[in-house]
Design a protein around this ligand. Structure first.
Ligand SMILES: C[S@@+](CC[C@H](N)C(=O)[O-])C[C@H]1O[C@@H](n2cnc3c(N)ncnc32)[C@H](O)[C@@H]1O
Length: 235
């Protein structure tokens, strides 16, 4: 009696285990199938759209061929991949603190897509760099341009990061900040991250204390999102 009872218990346990394994497997393969259905270029721009969106920025920032450029807080690096379609012989360091963002397979897929829409073979180099909350982990005195696109307000240790980035610029290098700003009359909350936007004056003071001096503002004060250029020479 007890033997038969044990046999049934073991039999039921084996059945439950098999059902569990099978359903996990099919869930995983469902996920894989869904991933396959989602093309990497779903939301990506065509050559003409990229040209329209980035040509003016390239001219205004003064991106020249042969530049070494770091995009700090780049997330997936869409801006860098996009610029790699319209520029030549540049080195793009796509930097962020989140290693999750930089998946080898996705990098390859992005590279394939953006290379495929270039008019000529790719001449730029792109690479990922993972930093931490206080340091970019980029090489010293190496960059013609460092982008902080929508990332300054995300830094937990702003002073440490700006001191670090100041050291990464070449002597004539420029730091390009793209941020939404508050005015002295109205504090603006940045979309999606509950952080208050800096005022232009706050940004200037932060930069100055890291030896970075205001050089140029690209759009009128009335623009919610603006681009500010800093360097080491305009004291
Ligand atoms: C709002 S996203 C901006 C992404 C992209 N630059 C854009 O314009 O769409 C801010 C990014 O900054 C990154 N970040 C936050 N603190 C950082 C730090 N100390 N160093 C580098 N990246 C940082 C976050 O991981 C995030 O990917």
């Amino acid at each position: 009696m007890t033997k038969t009872f044990h046999f049934y218990i073991v039999f039921i346990l084996i059945c439950c285990f098999s059902i569990g394994v099978f359903s996990c497997k099919s869930l995983k393969s469902d996920k894989r199938a869904n991933k396959k259905k989602e093309p990497i270029n779903k939301d990506l721009l065509t050559y003409d759209e990229l040209n329209k969106e980035y040509r003016d920025l390239i001219e205004k920032i003064g991106i020249r061929n042969g530049y070494v450029i770091a995009d700090v807080g780049a997330s997936l690096g869409i801006d860098d991949f996009s610029l790699s379609v319209l520029t030549d012989s540049n080195s793009y360091f796509i930097q962020d603190i989140s290693s999750e963002i930089f998946k080898k397979k996705r990098f390859k897929q992005m590279q394939n897509y953006f290379n495929s829409i270039r008019k000529t073979p790719q001449t730029n180099k792109l690479q990922y760099v993972i930093g931490n909350e206080r340091k970019s982990c980029l090489p010293d005195s190496s960059f013609d341009l460092i982008f902080l696109f929508n990332s300054l307000h995300e830094f937990t240790y702003v002073k440490e990061m700006l001191d670090d980035l100041s050291k990464k610029l070449k002597p004539n290098g420029r730091l390009i900040v793209r941020e939404s700003t508050s005015t002295s009359e109205k504090r603006h909350i940045i979309d999606g991250c509950y952080t208050t936007a800096f005022t232009m004056n706050e940004i200037k003071l932060l930069m100055k204390s890291s030896d970075l001096y205001f050089y140029q503002q690209l759009y009128p004060d009335s623009n919610l999102v603006n681009i500010f250029i800093f360097d080491k020479n305009h004291r």
